[in-house]
Design a protein around this ligand. Structure first.
Ligand SMILES: CC(=O)CC(=O)SCCNC(=O)CCNC(=O)[C@H](O)C(C)(C)COP(=O)(O)OP(=O)(O)OC[C@H]1O[C@@H](n2cnc3c(N)ncnc32)[C@H](O)[C@@H]1OP(=O)(O)O
Length: 386
């Protein structure tokens, strides 16, 4: 058997899912969260939460946690009260089940049996046990006992990018490999009553899962590459480890989102893209507008800064802004929603009329870490680049 595959890996199918229970419009989120956490007396904080919510570019978000489950777990309201065990217990079924919903869609689109999956890469910020969600998802989907499982834990918002990067390497280095990437993010592990430190995360994060089947040539009949994964890099911005991070404590997971995050990403993005693309695209910086863009919408300001730094034409980040508006920031899963939205737009436009041949995928997270990937639409005509 040959060891390496033929050509670059490609995404062969994409699926997404959200919890169906609770959908909160952003314009009533502040009222809602202060009411359910019995924090209405914190009037200044509530006004600040309202100001932040208005600026997020989010219309609504989906959540697993219901008011009924909160009533059964009053310890979730106060981050000083130990609650990690209850959160882990709840996440134990919710996280893999949401991943299963997304994966079932991806596998159905792919058209081959789940037992043809050779590798599974699962990313989440909710995993603290072994065996973990990768093991549960393999069982839920009936994957073969020899499937090679990997779990990525607490990579945060670059988890989806990291998982796709790893899947590319696995697919290209193992002839015939078919990798299932699954990211499932549920905010119940970080939910808490509002305080000065968690307003931004609380105003941005939502729940969702994404799944992608990745494989490299030779492709079997019926397999259709959606995005070729041409090259990928991971960059850590030096001396920024204190700016963006997650910390697990007895009260759950705390996010630290420094106010400098959008600025630091903006300042470093072009260099990071040049590192990823040089050698693959002629003078990539000549016009970043010749590419299509799949950017993790970590926050509205991050997208605005990328637009400004790269001098992108209006609409270049439309898929990212759409996903932010409809679902909020679903951490590692969000980038898969953006890729799904891009291919949906391409289909609507009669395949490739609007989408250029080459594209950039970007995901950001703790570190600050930037995952960048050069993508190519196999069916696109270079003449249609705009
Ligand atoms: C966790 C992961 O792994 C990866 C991720 O994706 S992490 C998420 C990354 N996202 C971010 O870091 C958020 C990026 N920020 C934004 O998108 C925007 O700042 C925002 C939508 C939150 C607010 O929009 P804005 O245009 O900056 O509004 P602005 O009026 O300046 O700020 C609103 C308030 O929020 C405060 N604020 C903004 N960012 C803040 C931050 N990071 N921390 C604390 N307060 C912040 C401002 O000081 C301001 O407070 P006042 O109203 O009291 O003056």
């Amino acid at each position: 058997m040959q060891q390496h595959a033929e050509g670059p890996a490609a995404m062969l199918a994409i699926g997404t899912a959200n919890p169906t229970g609770v959908v909160v419009p952003q314009d009533i989120f502040a009222e809602n969260i202060f009411r359910v956490t019995k924090s209405d007396h914190l009037t200044e904080l509530k006004e600040k939460m309202k100001r932040i919510c208005q600026k997020t570019g989010i219309d609504k978000r989906h959540f697993h946690l219901t008011e009924e489950s909160l009533a059964a777990h009053p310890e979730f309201l106060d981050r000083q009260v130990p609650s990690l065990d209850s959160r882990i217990n709840m996440a134990d079924t919710a996280v893999p089940e949401l991943a299963q919903c997304a994966a079932i869609k991806a596998i159905a689109e792919w058209g081959r049996p789940a037992t043809d999956i050779t590798h599974l890469v699962f990313s989440t910020y909710s995993a603290w046990q072994a065996p973990s969600f990768d093991h549960q998802l393999a069982a839920l989907l009936g994957l073969r006992p020899t499937v090679c499982r990997t779990i990525l834990s607490l990579h945060g918002c670059y988890g989806g990018g990291r998982a796709l990067h790893l899947a590319k390497q696995l697919a290209e280095n193992n002839h015939g490999a078919r990798v299932l990437v699954a990211c499932s993010e549920i905010t119940l592990v970080c939910f808490g009553g509002p305080d000065g430190g968690n307003l931004i995360g609380s105003a941005l994060f939502g729940d969702g899962a994404g799944a992608v089947i990745v494989g490299a040539g030779p492709f079997t009949e019926g397999e259709r590459p959606i995005f070729e994964m041409v090259s990928a890099t991971q960059t850590t911005i030096p001396r920024t480890e204190h700016v963006l991070g997650m910390q697990v404590s007895g009260g759950g997971v705390d996010f630290h989102l420094g106010i400098q995050v959008p600025m630091l990403i903006g300042q470093n993005i072009e260099k990071c893209l040049l590192d990823a693309f040089t050698g693959f695209v002629d003078d990539p910086s000549s016009s970043w507008n010749d590419l299509f863009w799949a950017v993790h919408p970590g926050g509205r300001q991050i997208l605005d800064n990328i637009d400004t730094e790269l001098k992108l034409e209006p609409g270049k980040l439309a898929a990212s802004r759409h996903v932010l508006r409809e679902y909020g920031n679903m951490s590692g899963a969000t980038i898969i929603f953006v890729l799904d939205e891009l291919r949906r737009r391409r289909k609507e436009d009669g395949d490739n009329l609007l989408l250029p041949e080459w594209g950039a995928m970007l995901a950001f997270g703790p570190g600050i870490t930037i995952e960048a990937m050069l993508l190519r639409c196999p069916g696109a005509s270079p003449l249609n680049n705009n």
